[in-house]
Ligand binder design. Sequence first.
Ligand code: SF4
Ligand code: SF4
Length: 71
Amino acid sequence: MALKYLKDVVTLKLNKDKCIGCGICFQVCPHQVFMIDGGKADIRDKDSCMECGACAQNCPINAVTVRSGVG
Ligand code: SF4
Ligand code: SF4
């Protein structure tokens, strides 16, 4: 299986309907990609995402998905 790494295409996705606003993604993101606004997470700076996967792994209801890289 070949996984292509596409430059400038960030795979981070946030399902705002599912989000319960716990703020964990905001706390674990090393690049301040998220902000919490009105009790929901929002993606503040998608381009800063380095796809580390921390947000997706720590979101309690899997509202965040990201294809985390291998390297
Ligand atoms: S994958 Fe990592 S860098 Fe990207 S938004 Fe999630 S925690 Fe932040
Ligand atoms: S960790 Fe998940 S539920 Fe919590 S604020 Fe972030 S997206 Fe919403």
